[in-house]
Write a protein that binds this ligand. Structure first.
Ligand code: PMV
Length: 321
């Protein structure tokens, strides 16, 4: 084991379509963020520190895993002889996949420390998913899959063998990403929806199928460059998620600001609940920049997330069972 500090990095994510429904087997589409989590390991005595980029201010939720829980789940006995500094360029506990990004960054740092060669997607996915169970009630795996694969990703949970593929989208389109504080915990909202499904199975199943359809139609529209249809799918998905009580008033107001600035569609993103992430699609860069300015002036944390015609493999990769 080296005495030099080692650093692992991994991106956050924003889900464009299919959150919650993905837990029930529907597809989800998400994008790896340009903002990262990093984990620095150096010899020490088991101290864990989390540093947030300037301007990030999120109330700690009792329902979320602590950084220490995640670190312990990855490093196990190694932690006793290490100090760990975690750093986030995006808000935690808000729907940007901080627990998956921290888990993957830690795994990459630990592998460097131990001289382990880069893992295949399948092996890294299973390891990260194992760590994610610390943070989620019933993780679908969508967060670590997007984080590990990068770019625009389609994910379907199919038993133990999820299908994960990188998508090539048409440009130009512009994505505004923002957050309205923490969302209050993924475990809590996933459990609440599971309870609703137990009480009114048909109603909830139909709603999940509708969310799945927004992912199918919206995802296809992104690939073909039919941005008005992608925007419509986002708005419809937001309506269903709002019906589940997952779109906080502050998020609704943020979405209204985006639509007022000319968004083609806008929706909450991630687990939702008390606040959290949201995103909006634009076909004009000036309108998108205006939305970012208006949101930041109104106290949200907003930025434009670069979209690329992602290159690289497009075939499905199946993690081993
Ligand atoms: O924890 P979040 O806010 O990044 O949301 C994850 C997406 C969910 O569909 C709500 C949960 C899951 O495991 O898929």
């Amino acid at each position: 084991m080296s005495d030099e500090p080692v650093v692992g990095r991994a991106p956050g994510k924003i889900i464009l379509f299919g959150e919650h429904a993905v837990v029930y087997g529907e597809p989800a589409i998400g994008l790896a963020l340009s903002k990262n989590a990093s984990a620095t390991l150096k010899p020490g005595r088991g101290q864990v520190r989390l540093r947030l980029d300037e301007g990030i201010n999120v109330a700690v939720s009792e329902n979320a895993a602590t950084p220490k829980d995640l670190v312990a789940a990855v490093l196990k006995p190694d932690l006793a002889n290490l100090d760990v500094e975690l750093a986030l360029e995006f808000p935690p506990m808000s729907g940007f996949g901080s627990s998956a990004a921290i888990a993957v960054a830690l795994i990459r740092a630990q592998d460097q420390l131990n001289g382990v060669p880069p893992r295949t997607f399948a092996v890294a996915f299973e390891r990260a998913l194992g760590v994610e169970t610390v943070a989620h009630a019933k993780p679908s795996g969508v967060d670590p899959a997007i984080c590990l694969k990068g770019g625009l990703v389609r994910f379907v949970r199919a038993g133990l063998r999820p299908q994960v593929s990188r998508l090539k989208m048409k440009l130009p389109a512009h994505l505004v990403v923002a957050s309205a504080g923490g969302h209050g915990g993924t475990r809590q909202s996933v459990t609440r929806l599971a309870d609703m499904k137990a009480t009114t199975p048909k109603l909830v199943e139909q709603a999940m199928q509708t969310l799945g359809e927004t992912a199918r139609v919206g995802g296809q529209a992104l690939l073909s460059g039919d941005f008005p249809t992608a925007g419509l799918a986002m708005d419809l998905a937001n309506g269903v998620l709002s019906g589940f009580g997952l779109v906080a008033p502050a998020v609704e107001q943020g979405l209204a600001i985006c639509r007022g600035a000319g968004a083609l569609g806008a929706k909450m993103s991630g687990a939702g609940g008390d606040g959290g992430a949201f995103c909006a699609l634009f076909d004009g860069v000036r309108r998108a920049r205006r939305a970012v300015n208006l949101l930041n002036e109104a106290g949200y944390m907003a930025w434009m997330e670069p979209l690329a015609e992602s290159s690289g493999p497009t075939s499905d990769i199946e993690p081993s069972a």
